[in-house]
Ligand binder design. Structure first.
Ligand code: NDP
Length: 350
């Protein structure tokens, strides 16, 4: 059972040396007798690389909504897996699940984490199934994040002007398409020409631009939103947030989903927000949110999104790294914009 551990706490940008793939020969087929009741043994199939994993690699200095990883211990995160053995009455061998698992070939998921393992009922060929890997993205945590952040936090109305940053990624590509479905005009930013093309051609953004080629971000936004932005779906923070604040309309809403541009900066290096006074003058609502608070909305979201996946209304782009050994590099790539679409790792065939 090979596994990927965090070797040491990370300062600055994560590098491959911060993680290590440890070999392991034995393959567990049954839960050991001393595992606590409610434990589940799984074969991991797909692992998800998510930006929130970076803050968990830092030495814990202050309260956070998610506990830090422990050096020497296996890295944990969202994934899709097959149940091999279970003492959780909800799950039986052969079941497919998504939820929190380990970066290893096989994992024992113990209570209370087992409560986060959800049984997958729509998958595979036939019966209107969808690819299993989608449960790391559009049908998993990033999908619910996009749905909650856009529909619940932003409360969009048809005709409104929406801006999405990191727009080609796991969350951004969905927010853009949800905005289009809601009758909004939506513009996205991304970091390469290839991604900008995806936004326009595959995801149906009305306009898109490469933020790395627009040194004056405020002017770039002004050109695309001459009457201002009603809704900003914030994924990056830093200079982009400052430029957006200057371009918001009165009573605009900003859903703060994440601030990826800040995750690798040390305290003291983080960007100050210079244009916060716009929040007062323009009576803006700026609201942070985290997906775990909204798990109860998952069944509603899944029922809403599945028909759009099946009939092709929604496009969905994944970036699949092959093999557990590629997981550290794939995770690091998120912070250099190397992923095109949702980054995941295929550990074993479904
Ligand atoms: P993505 O698939 O979008 O991957 C990350 C992308 O961010 C990169 O590809 C890169 O794209 C962009 N990026 C990286 N560094 C920077 C930077 N310094 N400045 C600007 N852009 C950068 O990730 P997700 O869709 O999974 O996550 C998007 C955001 O949503 C993150 O902030 C994440 O933390 C947050 N999130 C929050 C959740 C919540 O519950 N609140 C849940 C899930 C995600 P590019 O080439 O365009 O630069």
């Amino acid at each position: 059972n090979r596994r990927v551990i965090l070797k040491e706490y990370v300062e600055g940008y994560p590098r491959e040396e911060h993680m290590e793939l440890l070999p392991g020969a034995e393959v567990p087929l049954r839960l050991a007798g001393d595992e606590p009741p409610g434990s589940v043994l799984v074969r991991n199939l797909y692992l998800s690389c998510d930006p929130y994993m970076r803050p968990k690699m830092s030495r814990p200095l202050r309260e956070s909504y998610t506990a830090a990883f422990v050096p020497g211990a296996v890295i944990t995160g969202y994934g899709v897996a097959r149940v091999l053995d279970s003492s959780d009455p909800r799950l039986a061998p052969g079941d497919l699940v998504w939820g929190i698992t380990g970066w290893e070939d096989y994992s024992v998921v113990r209570p209370p984490t087992t409560a986060l393992l959800a049984k997958i009922s729509h998958h595979g060929g036939g019966g209107g199934g969808v690819p299993l890997s989608y449960y790391t993205g559009i049908l998993g945590m990033p999908g619910l994040t996009a749905y909650v952040g856009f529909h619940e936090i932003c409360a969009p109305k048809a005709g409104e002007a929406v801006f999405v940053s990191a727009a080609s990624g796991a969350v951004g590509q969905l927010v853009g398409q949800f905005a289009r479905l809601a009758g909004c005009r939506v513009v996205g930013s991304a970091g390469t020409a290839e991604k900008v093309e995806l936004l326009r051609a595959r995801f149906g953004f009305h306009d898109a631009f490469n933020y790395k080629e627009e040194p004056d971000l405020a002017a770039a936004l002004r050109r695309r939103f001459p009457e201002g932005i009603d809704i900003y779906f914030e994924n990056v923070g830093g200079a982009m947030l400052d430029a957006v604040l200057l371009n918001m309309r009165v009573r605009g809403r900003i859903a703060v989903c994440g601030l990826i541009s800040q995750y690798n900066l040390k305290d003291g290096e983080k960007d100050a927000v210079r244009n916060l006074s716009a929040v007062v003058g323009k009576r803006l609502r700026l609201q942070g949110f985290i997906e775990p608070d909204h798990k109860h909305l998952y069944p509603k979201y899944e029922a809403w999104v599945l028909p759009y996946i099946r009939d092709g209304t929604l496009a969905y782009v994944e970036d699949v790294a092959e093999g557990l050994e590629s997981a550290p590099g794939a995770l690091i790539g998120l912070f250099h914009g190397r992923n095109v679409g949702k980054q995941l790792v295929r550990v074993a065939d479904d």
